[in-house]
Design a protein around this ligand. Structure first.
Ligand SMILES: Cc1cc2nc3c(=O)[nH]c(=O)nc-3n(C[C@H](O)[C@H](O)[C@H](O)COP(=O)(O)OP(=O)(O)OC[C@H]3O[C@@H](n4cnc5c(N)ncnc54)[C@H](O)[C@@H]3O)c2cc1C
Ligand SMILES: *[C@@H]1O[C@H](CO)[C@@H](O)[C@H](O)[C@H]1NC(C)=O
Ligand SMILES: *[C@@H]1O[C@H](CO)[C@@H](O)[C@H](O)[C@H]1NC(C)=O
Ligand SMILES: *[C@@H]1O[C@H](CO)[C@@H](O)[C@H](O)[C@H]1NC(C)=O
Ligand SMILES: *[C@@H]1O[C@H](CO)[C@@H](O)[C@H](O)[C@H]1NC(C)=O
Ligand SMILES: *[C@@H]1O[C@H](CO)[C@@H](O)[C@H](O)[C@H]1NC(C)=O
Ligand SMILES: *[C@@H]1O[C@H](CO)[C@@H](O)[C@H](O)[C@H]1NC(C)=O
Ligand SMILES: *[C@@H]1O[C@H](CO)[C@@H](O)[C@H](O)[C@H]1NC(C)=O
Length: 537
């Protein structure tokens, strides 16, 4: 942690070392000369001596040449297959599906211009790449490139404050534990994630639901600016006032526009926290759902409260766990009164610091399992919310024979104050209309053991949500929005933002990345034109 001194405003942070910030990517863009501008002379790189940049993508030598070039330029920052550094990368994803991916090499840049060089070398050699922050996206190839270059931000991990401490400049090698730990001594925090190991990088670009979101909005609605490596290697700072179209697009548009090397986030006072999970038996479920609905509808009355309710089955017993968080150290806040009146079989509520809170929630989300996250949204409605719980429990037997399976349905609300803050700083790309009232966000998460059971799990989740969506439509409660940060590889979040937002995102992408490098040479995760995986399960 260090403090930087502001010279000429935050935008001075972007564009360091690059002299041609005027055109992002001209028609006659020349990768060779763009590399030259970064001090990289391709004619001096042995691996590129006999390499023609015009070779077709199907030529697998492209990635060998790209990785050897990166090694030549950056030696210890590149890990080849089977090396300790490589195994450290593949072995530390949250889901097994991501751990199974074998990139040609792993590149750990330390400065933004090295990220530019990697993107340009990928273009020169036609080698696919992916980028990883926390590695929490659950499905294959989301943040690691099969046979390609996986860029790991791990060593770009600064957290710095501007001189009046109103903005924290955070690099994508951080997770929320490292961010909160760095800011806590200053009595500060930012609007970030709720579990320790979630990365800053992916979380910020999909939206970002925080403990503080009823007071301040989603994480993407509290960004001062993004420092972005564009497809031509040019580094720009996107804010409300500079490249404001790109700034809007990055607030929900995911990895389609560039690689973000700094997230400049508005700070908030570091809250004292109090909270934990109250666990209820099935006899109390209708009361729990009623409390969930009331607290969601009350979000404007007391923004310090945050809640989610998880429904699951353990040892044959159906349970609801209500995680009730308050961002002040207040015992028995009024807003959770109804939940407290429902008899609980366990209650872990304690005072915690923010750092302690994210460590405590981390324990519920072990690494090293096969995983799926799969969300939908509907309009908030109590009878329907009760009906969905019943349908879920009636369908659990479908995965009873799946070794190690643990399906969970989690209820959250996208509340009125969250929706209102989405118009901060010119608005975001998510496509919400605040006048529609609170939205019920739910996701099914499941972990299991064997790859041979993948299809059973995916078709279980798909048929569950099919049933729910069909019923929602018949009741007029359906809603298109799909939350990118929770979306499965079978879903298309960008389409769910609405036709006009999708069209705008595509036109912004074609301005900053006319060759659609971030959508084609970086094929993983949610692209502007469709789900990562289409077809049957
Ligand atoms: C246990 C758990 C708890 C969670 N809790 C929350 C929560 O409280 N609130 C919430 O909103 N969500 C939550 N999520 C969802 C989480 O926000 C997403 O999984 C998110 O994608 C994680 O970001 P990451 O950086 O760890 O992921 P990664 O897998 O590293 O990245 C996800 C995608 O973003 C891209 N990306 C990453 N960094 C950059 C960058 N710097 N520039 C451009 N693209 C980049 C990657 O290439 C990849 O395509 C949770 C998920 C899990 C598994
Ligand atoms: C691209 O730039 C390199 C180096 O400056 C130059 O040698 C080459 O001729 C250029 N290519 C084209 C197609 O202009
Ligand atoms: C890495 O190890 C695996 C399994 O031991 C082996 O099949 C593969 O060929 C090795 N790859 C390299 C590049 O050495
Ligand atoms: C990766 O390296 C870090 C730091 O050396 C270590 O803490 C971690 O356990 C390693 N993880 C794996 C999966 O090798
Ligand atoms: C929270 O408040 C309680 C009682 O009011 C106090 O004893 C405790 O020290 C506080 N904890 C924190 C972490 O501030
Ligand atoms: C919350 O909602 C309930 C039910 O609608 C209401 O009675 C209560 O007064 C509200 N206020 C607060 C602060 O929670
Ligand atoms: C689970 O296995 C049992 C025993 O083999 C079988 O009778 C049952 O039909 C299976 N259930 C499902 C949903 O496949
Ligand atoms: C599934 O996993 C269990 C536990 O690891 C193992 O015993 C079993 O053989 C596996 N089944 C299949 C079909 O792979």
């Amino acid at each position: 942690m260090y403090i930087w001194t502001l010279v000429g405003g935050l935008s001075a942070v972007g564009g360091i070392g690059l002299s041609y910030a005027s055109a992002i990517e001209p028609d006659n863009f020349n990768v060779t000369s763009a590399l030259e501008n970064l001090g990289v002379d391709v004619s001096k790189i042995p691996a590129l001596q006999s390499f023609s940049g015009l070779q077709s993508r199907s030529n697998r030598n492209g990635c060998a040449a790209a990785c050897e070039s990166l090694s030549f330029l950056f030696s210890t920052k590149v890990s080849a297959q089977n090396s300790t550094g490589y195994n450290n990368f593949t072995g530390s994803f949250w889901s097994v599906q991501q751990e199974e991916v074998q990139p040609h090499c792993v590149f750990r840049p330390t400065v933004n211009t090295e990220v530019s060089t990697a993107v340009l070398l990928s273009r020169y050699t036609d080698c696919e790449f992916a980028a990883r922050s926390g590695g929490h996206a659950a499905f294959t190839g989301a943040s690691s490139a099969p046979g390609g270059i996986s860029i790991w931000f791990k060593d770009m991990n600064e957290v710095a404050l501007n001189d009046d401490k109103s903005v924290a400049s955070i690099q994508p090698g951080n997770n929320w534990l490292s961010v909160y730990s760095a800011l806590e001594p200053y009595g500060l925090a930012v609007i970030g994630g709720r579990a320790a190991s979630i990365g800053v990088g992916g979380f910020m670009l999909g939206g970002g639901i925080s403990y503080h979101s009823n007071l301040y909005g989603w994480a993407c609605d509290n960004v001062q600016s993004f420092e972005v490596v564009t497809a031509s290697g040019v580094i720009v700072t996107a804010s409300e006032f500079s490249h404001s179209d790109l700034y809007w697009a990055l607030r929900g548009g995911g990895n389609n526009f560039g690689l973000v090397t700094r997230y400049n986030l508005y700070t908030i006072p570091c809250p004292e926290m109090r909270g934990g999970a109250r666990t209820f038996l099935q006899t109390e479920f209708t009361d729990v759902v009623n409390a969930f609905i009331n607290v969601a509808n009350n979000a404007s009355a007391d923004g310090h409260a945050q809640q989610y309710v998880a429904f699951l089955q353990t040892g044959g017993t159906n349970l609801a766990l209500a995680e009730l968080t308050y961002t002040k150290n207040v015992t028995n806040p009024e807003i959770f009164k109804q939940y407290r009146s429902i008899p609980a079989v366990a209650d872990t509520t304690t005072a915690k610091t923010l750092v302690q809170y994210v460590e405590y929630l981390e324990a519920d989300n072990p690494f090293g399992l096969r995983e799926v996250y799969w969300p939908i949204t509907v309009h908030l409605n109590e009878d329907f919310a009760n009906w969905i719980v019943e349908v879920f429990y009636s369908m659990i037997p479908q995965v009873a024979n799946v070794t190690g399976s643990q399906p969970v349905v989690i209820y959250q609300a996208i509340t009125e104050p969250m929706l209102k803050k989405m118009s901060n700083f010119g608005g975001n790309a998510l496509g919400f209309d605040a006048s529609t009232g609170p939205i019920h966000l739910m996701h099914l998460s499941c972990w299991w053991t064997n790859e041979s059971d993948d299809a059973i799990v995916y078709s279980f989740v798909n048929s569950f949500w099919d049933k729910v969506i069909t019923q929602a439509k018949s009741l007029g409660l359906d809603n298109d929005y799909i939350y990118m940060n929770y979306a499965s590889m079978f879903q298309d979040p960008i389409a769910s933002y609405g036709d006009s937002n999708k069209a705008l995102l595509k036109s912004i992408a074609s301005k900053y990345d006319p060759k659609a490098i971030y959508q084609t040479l970086q094929p993983g995760y949610f692209k502007l034109d469709g789900a990562p995986v289409t077809g049957s399960f």
